[in-house]
Design a protein. Sequence first.
Length: 314
Amino acid sequence: MILMCKNTKVYDIDNNTILNEYLLPGAINNGIMDYLTWMKTRYSVGSNVSARRLMLRAFGSDNHNSSLKVTRALSLSDCYWLKEKDENILFENVTPYLNKEWDGTGQFTGGSISTLFVNGAANKKWIDKDTLVKFNSSKEIIPFQLAEKLELNLVPKTWIKEGDFYIENFTSMSVMLETMEQSGFVKDDISPQELAIDVFKEDAVSLFVLDYLVEHDDRHWGNFGYLRDTNTGQYLGMAYYYDFDWAWSDAVVPLPQNALLNYSTLIKYLAKKAIQVSDEFEDNYRNIITKRAKELLREKLYKKDDNFTPSNNF
């Protein structure tokens, strides 16, 4: 089998041979993961009831490895997929970006292949190439609404319907998501937040301030990352914000020192603005946002001067 990125051969799985290092997943290219470990980062997990039911219905098993030949590991987060070495088939013939495998036909009646390759603990599924639904997750929309009111840069379109949370896909056949975990930048001696701030600067600081304001304490390596060009492999910048499953947890993750020392003006600006817009939310959310914003304004470790000017960035 060959790992493909669109119609480019990237990795010979059987012979453990790199065929195109520019489009190779970062973690494999950096020697942090082997192919099998990387592939597991794309699998849906057992707590995703929709994905598990689909696998059992289609294959009689919830073992991803047993389904790879049929599913080709197709995703709506990236453009990687599997094909046999001499197989005469193109990405355009199989990708869910162009083919509706969720339209009620064949063995995937009632669900999509791409639902089997969307990671995270929540119960969710792709309903079409543009829309992911997370079931019974209506409270997750508040962080995105706050992000919009704070005028942050990387906020996807979201909405609620009948108690379920919907988020618009921010990837395409031109741009794919690669989480920090999949990029191979994970290091034992540095926190995910510190590294993200070094790499993504204001966009990462803004995300972690937002996490603090809504008491989201689960910003691990898998739920933020890069956007990459699917034709060149170029890293384009930070991905849109996603996954606030653990918001309103009554706990916070302190901002790392490289944020406090280098981006104090931005943090205070966002905290003050959060207090200003908090009245637009229900009392329980308003009280939390206001409380956490005031904590950020009282922070003692700030450096007095940094290079952030709100008028130039927001």
